[in-house]
Design a protein around this ligand. Structure first.
Ligand code: C5P
Length: 306
């Protein structure tokens, strides 16, 4: 056993959007194969860790509204890290939440990845990148992306196979989040399976090379899609309205992110995002709007040691 150092460290945990999300067949292990483009966005929780050496392991986290303490990804990540590396001591986690829950924005996964990264750095990097990615995949399918060093990646497998893409720096985004309407990821996958069992075939997806080439083109040419779109249930009328708004507006692209419940609009022009935001405010008061100055470039060098 090795004791944790005495340290207080903090870092932002950025959210993501899925610009493209193809869901393949259900695998024998219950997970689904995906082919997706993940893009970090400038919306982040703040994760802070206070570490103290002690002969026993104790992991605590501040209560997070809407998060079942038994399924807190931050605690799960810290427990796995300490178990894997034989670290003991106290880990006090403080998470300031800004990323909405069950939004398809990866908040819980990004928080977990940030805990793993911070603990690894504080302990002098006992785990190499491969071991960290493996550990992340045990916490959740989306965690490996948040441990990667690229702001944009083509993601395959159940989420653990990453191919970094050249991140564009000319994009603005508006994330539309229906108020109090989270979507459970496992429920969304089950609904999609049920729909497919009724005879809806599984569509094809362009390969990684084609998706990467499309990402580099103007957003008005993007033909990315999200296979969860037909199982959005009571959110479908709102998303139909948003799809129509996007179709009427030159120079933008819109999609549901992840398994919902958020919808992301991307444009090269900040003015276009402003116009769409005004239009959305006219059609619905039941949404939170996050205007994102730019899509986030990357997360290396963000850690702050206090
Ligand atoms: O891996 P994670 O815990 O985030 O996944 C939550 C649930 O989403 C899984 O239990 C599974 O039902 C579903 N899932 C899936 N295929 C994936 C990722 C998640 O079926 N690639």
């Amino acid at each position: 056993m090795v004791m944790l150092p005495s340290r207080h460290i903090s870092a932002p945990a950025y959210a993501k959007v899925n610009l493209h999300l193809w869901v393949g067949p259900r695998r024998d292990d219950g997970y689904h194969t995906i082919a997706s483009i993940f893009q970090l966005i400038d919306l982040a929780d703040t994760v802070s860790l206070t570490l103290h050496p002690s002969p026993d392991l104790a992991i605590r986290c501040n209560p997070l509204q809407g998060v079942d303490p038994e399924h807190n990804t931050l605690v799960a990540a810290a427990r796995l890290f300490c178990g894997q590396t034989g670290r003991v001591g106290t880990v006090d986690i403080q998470c300031e939440k800004r990323i909405p829950l069950q939004a398809g924005l990866g908040g819980g996964s990004s928080d977990a990845a940030t805990v793993l990264r911070l603990l690894n750095e504080a302990c002098g990097n006992p785990l190499d990148q491969k071991a960290l990615l493996d550990l992340g995949a045990r916490v959740g399918s989306d965690v490996p992306f948040f441990l990667g060093t690229s702001a944009v990646a083509y993601v395959r497998g159940r989420g653990e196979l990453l191919e970094p893409l050249q991140a564009r720096e000319d994009l603005y985004a508006l994330v539309v989040m229906p108020v109090d309407k989270g979507v459970s990821t496992s429920r969304a996958f089950a609904d999609l399976d049920a729909l497919r069992e009724q005879g809806q075939g599984i569509p094809q997806t362009p390969d990684g090379t084609s998706l990467a080439a499309r990402y580099a083109e103007k957003v008005s040419k993007w033909d990315f899609f999200n296979n969860f779109r037909p199982v959005m249930g009571e959110l479908a009328p709102l998303y139909d309205q948003l799809d129509a708004l996007v179709a009427q507006t030159v120079g933008c692209f819109g999609t549901v992110s992840g398994s919902g419940a958020s919808y992301c609009i991307v444009a090269e022009s900040q003015r276009t995002i402003g116009i769409i935001k005004t239009k959305i405010e006219r059609i619905s008061h039941y949404v939170c709007l996050y205007c994102i100055k730019c899509l986030h470039r990357g997360h290396s060098g963000d850690t702050v040691s206090l």
